[in-house]
Design a protein around this ligand. Structure first.
Ligand code: SPV
Ligand code: MG
Length: 308
């Protein structure tokens, strides 16, 4: 029966592809390590965004490809191992040229990552919210080569390659965004991520009005987060990425706690506002190890009991 159950559960790649294809809009939460990934999953999140910004921040470096791609893949491996839901890697500009992209795809597929998003910026990239008008877009032909290289390399036919255009971010406007999106779809992209830093979804609305392709569209409404969620469904968005709110929530909580912990009287009041040790043991699936010990190493349990 266990075998049968395993057969029925969809592969993570297939799950992600379904979220892109179905008519409803799915929220993805941006995560930066396995703990945040697990927390997002337990909150009911259906798929995860391995945020380049958030992973960089958690490593204490900038979102400028200061962490190497193998360091990023290592974090993603922990996230994928800790969760049952698909993980989409923010693969920046692909960490180099088409050949680096091929190697990336080979390695992330082997580690259970369901898809990658590659953006049309140059290496090393800069976060979209920093001096964005001065950022150069990648050459279209060269970027299309990266998308084709990714699609030709994947072994699992459902592995997802999202092409992200920064045309709006760099101030290039609608026709550039559309031309690029069309070229990326022709090169095999499974979805287009169109990014905007406007306070309202004006650019996204304009893009969606013209976007006649059936290819799913992904957005990151960090600056236009106050838009009613139903609007995204109305304009046929497939995935909405809440990219950085979890790392920001964690940062503020830790800043507040750290400040209080240095004042002795505050430690007691802090206790009721922080996660219990038990809840962290649960996130680590500590109970499973106890069960495994009973099954595979019962003598160990006996020994521990004798000691106490
Ligand atoms: C990320 O989460 O790293 C992103 C989204 O790429 S953004 O920071 O908005 O560019
Ligand atoms: Mg990023």
């Amino acid at each position: 029966l266990e075998f049968l159950h395993k057969e029925i559960v969809l592969r993570k790649t297939t799950q992600l592809k379904k979220y892109l294809a179905d008519s409803s809009v799915t929220s993805m939460l941006g995560v930066h390590n396995a703990l945040s990934a697990k927390i997002a999953e337990e909150a009911g999140c259906q798929c995860l965004w391995a945020s380049g910004f958030a992973m960089a921040a958690s490593l204490g470096v900038r979102d400028n490809n200061e962490a190497s791609w193998t360091q990023i893949v290592e974090i993603c491996e922990f996230m994928a191992d800790a969760t049952e839901i698909p993980l989409l890697l923010d693969g920046d500009s692909g960490y180099g040229d088409f050949n680096n992209v091929r190697r990336l795809i080979k390695k992330i597929e082997a580690r259970g990552i369901a898809g990658v998003c590659i953006e049309d910026k140059c290496f090393p990239k800069t976060n979209s919210f920093i001096n964005s008008e001065q950022q150069a877009l990648a050459d279209v032909t060269e970027f299309c080569g990266k998308i084709r290289a990714a699609k030709d390399t994947q072994k699992d036919s459902d592995f997802v390659v999202v092409a992200r255009t920064e045309a709006f971010i760099t101030g290039q406007g609608l026709s550039e965004a559309l031309d690029r999106a069309n070229a990326y779809v022709e090169s095999g992209a499974d979805a287009i991520l169109v990014h905007s830093k406007e306070k309202t979804p004006v650019e996204i609305d304009a893009f969606m009005q013209q976007w006649k392709e059936k290819t799913p569209v992904v957005i990151v409404p960090t600056t236009y987060a106050s838009t009613p969620f139903s609007h995204f469904k109305d304009i046929n968005i497939s995935l909405v990425i809440w990219a950085n709110q979890l790392v920001r929530a964690a940062t503020k909580a830790m800043q507040e706690a750290a400040g209080k912990m240095l004042i002795q009287d505050e430690i007691v009041s802090l206790e009721k506002n922080i996660a219990s040790m038990g809840s962290i043991f649960q996130l680590q699936n500590t109970g499973e190890l106890k069960q495994a010990e009973a099954r595979y190493h019962p003598k160990k349990i006996k020994k521990v009991k004798e000691l106490v």
